[in-house]
Each structure stands twice: as C-alpha cells, then as structure tokens.
Design a protein around this ligand. Structure first.
Ligand SMILES: *Cc1c(COP(=O)(O)O)cnc(C)c1O
Length: 397
C-alpha cells in the first residue's frame, strides 16, 4: 500500500550516496588510548596530532584521582537537573573557582560547550533582536542564534568594519556580537580589543567562545582576552569549555550576575538536562588548579615551544601553513579528496591528522588540521614534518 508520501529512507540513502561521491562520508572509528598522544586504531598505533587536549591533562593523575575520589563521595550520575537536586558541592565549587580565576562575579556550568552556546544565545535573544557573528564561528554559535529566533548577520572573518555596519543598520534592536576567541579550524585569534570597543559604542553584548583559548593562552591560562591585555569586563560572557585544554568535559560561562542569572532562568539547554557527573566537575577543578599553577605555566611554555618548532620546520620545508600563533596549525590543501588522501597517507606513516572538509570549513578549503599538545616530544614533531613533506607532494602529483 502506498500513501503517496515521499519515502524518507530513500531520501537518506540518496544523501548518503551523494556524500560518498563527494568524499564527504564520515566514518566512525574506535580509538584505544595508549597514552596522552597515542592511540591504536584498526590495529595500528598512531601518534595523535588531531586532539584538543592541548596541555595533556586528560590523562593526568591529578584529574583521575580527583574523579575517583568524587565518585567515592557522590557516585557516578548527578541524578537530575541542576535546579532539581543535581547541583552539588563539586559543581558549586567549580563555578566559584572559574569565576574567581577569570575575575568575574558569576559563572554557570553547562553540560558541554555545544549546550552552553545553544543556551546562551537562546536565553539572551528573541525574535526582533540581532545576533552578529564572525563567519568562521563554531557551528554551535550559529545553531544558538537560529534557536533564539533573532536576526542573524554573519560578517566576513575578523572584519570589524563589517561587524560595525551590521550593528549600525539595526539600532532599534537589542544585539549580541558573538565570536570564537581562537578560531577552531584556523587557529587565528579574534580582534577582541576592537570588537569590545565596537560593542561598547553600539550598546551590544560581547560573547566570546574561548573553547581553544582557555587554559592555553594568557596569564594563568585565562584565555584570549587576557592574552590581548583586555580587562575582564570587556567581554560580557566568556565561555570556557572543559573538554579541550581542561582534559575533562562540560563548559562554564562567566559574566556578571544579571547575565549569568538570566542564563540560569532561561537557557533551555541548562534547565532541561541532567547536571554533569560530579566526578567530571571534580576533575575539571583539579585541571583548573594545574592550569593556574606552575605546572600549567610549564605546560603552556612547552606547547608554545613545540608550536614554534613546528612552524619553523614547516616554513623550511615550504609547507603552506596559515599564520596561527596557537597550537592549531591548519594546512590548507583545497580539494576535499586531497585532504582525505593526505590524512590517509599520514595514517599509513603512523600519524593521526584529521582531514577537515566542508561544511566544517568553506568550500575549496579542505585541510589538514594539525594540533599540538604539551605531551608531544620534539622528535615526534620532527617526524610529522618529514611525513607532511612527503605526503603533500604525493597528493599534489
Ligand atoms: C569544541 C568547541 C565547542 C563545543 O564544545 P564541547 O564542550 O565540545 O561541546 C564550542 N565552540 C568551539 C569554538 C569549539 O571548538
């Protein structure tokens, strides 16, 4: 019997074959950890140059011990949402400690960076409002703006003048300007001083997603704005994700009491989800202690030295690196198939480097996204450079 309704399964099968034809099919593989920067996949040990565990804290004994001790006290699951009974001492302490670290009055813990960005923009904005964003922002800022119903305007990457024009055209609307601090696929840094001045002039709120800056940049790892020398209040809401340099999971948003309280009251991705497992919050607290202390400073120094070594080597070999002062080092190869072939050739040599394709990056800018960790050894970086040199020639031929 046919209802005349189009077949959803057939449509999905069609989309799947299109993705395969375009070399955009994504395959899930199982990575068995072998150490901070090594894992076995499909029977082969690989050195990882594609993670976001920039300081190597995900496997640090201090985080593990804090998590195990917290499980002993609190069990595994939080049991309910924060506003029911899920909010416990580990969550509360983590929020206070992050707020203090960043010099802001309040902070709020979300389940992940993705959930936080959905919640922030949905809670702050509604139909009739304006959300101005950098074109290269992370997908979840885009999704958050869509969820809010606000008018979304995206300015060309890092173009402050264009952002100013977009804000100026709608002065009757409440407005938020949202930007990544460090751009996740390019590794470059947002012009936060100029954007903060613009937001002050225009009466717009500035939201900075510092997923890749927090822990890595600035004094005590306070992030991109701190590295640029901005006062803490220059950024209205700063998002710190806990799954990258913190080596844990979750995200904390810091700001003033009015804004943070608005998130607590209104953000649906905060209200209608189970609180983070307390042990994960405990691990994040342990990570924050390391990040603020001497060990964090040592690891940041080491990471910066490895990044400089990689860039120097790449320059000597004539590899087409983009300017990036962070441990995210993109090597743009253009066609999707070239990036995929280069990634596969690196895997055969024992290096895991992700091929990033559209829609994650713009059309025609498929790339290898190389990321460094404080746990890499200098000889591993050198060996990667040698492999890249061969592979980039191979895929050009
Ligand atoms: C990874 C990332 C997120 C999402 O954070 P999760 O905690 O992994 O959900 C948000 N924004 C940016 C810029 C990111 O790179």
């Amino acid at each position: 019997m046919s209802s005349g309704r189009p077949c959803l399964r057939a449509r999905l099968a069609g989309l799947a074959s299109t993705l395969r034809e375009q070399a955009r099919w994504r395959a899930l593989r199982c990575w068995e950890p072998l150490g901070p920067v090594q894992a076995r996949v499909e029977g082969r040990a690989q050195v990882l140059f594609c993670g976001n565990d920039y300081l190597g804290l995900a496997t640090h004994p201090a985080l593990r011990d804090a998590a195990v001790a917290a499980i002993g006290r609190c069990g595994v699951g939080a049991g309910s949402a924060h506003l029911v009974t899920g909010h416990g001492p580990e969550h509360a302490a983590l929020e206070e400690e992050v707020a203090e670290w960043l010099g802001r009055p309040r902070a709020l813990l979300f389940g992940s960076g993705y959930l936080a960005n959905l919640g922030i923009l949905q809670a702050l904005l509604g139909p009739g409002d304006l959300c101005v964003q950098d074109k290269l922002n992370h997908a979840c800022l885009l999704d958050g703006a869509r969820l809010s119903g606000a008018l979304l305007r995206r300015y060309p990457h890092a173009d402050v003048e264009a952002a100013a024009r977009q804000l100026a055209t709608r002065r009757e609307a409440c407005a938020v300007l949202a930007t990544d601090g460090v751009f996740s696929m390019d590794g470059d840094i947002a012009p936060l001083a100029e954007l903060a001045a613009l937001c002050r002039r225009e009466g717009a709120l500035l939201v900075v997603d510092d997923a890749h800056g927090a822990g890595v940049l600035g004094e005590q790892g306070r992030g991109t704005a701190a590295m640029l020398g901005l006062p803490a209040e220059a950024v209205d809401l700063q998002l710190v994700t806990l799954g990258k340099a913190f080596g844990a999971y979750g995200a904390v948003v810091a700001g003033d009491a009015t804004l943070v309280e608005a998130l607590l009251q209104r953000a649906r991705s905060y209200l209608f989800t189970t609180a983070l497992p307390p042990a994960v919050a405990a691990a994040a607290r342990a990570a924050l202690r390391l990040i603020r202390g001497e060990e964090g400073a040592r690891r940041r120094e080491r990471l910066a030295a490895l990044t400089a070594r990689f860039r120097r080597g790449a320059e000597q070999l004539g590899l087409p690196l983009r300017p990036s002062p962070t441990p995210i080092q993109p090597l743009v190869l253009g066609a999707d198939a070239r990036a995929v072939a280069a990634s596969a050739a690196l895997a055969r040599r024992g290096f895991a480097v992700a091929a990033i394709r559209p829609p994650t990056v713009p059309e025609g800018q498929a790339r290898l996204r190389i990321t460094l960790s404080a746990e890499h050894r200098a000889d591993q970086v050198d060996a990667l450079l040698e492999a890249l040199h061969e592979v980039v020639r191979e895929v050009a031929a």
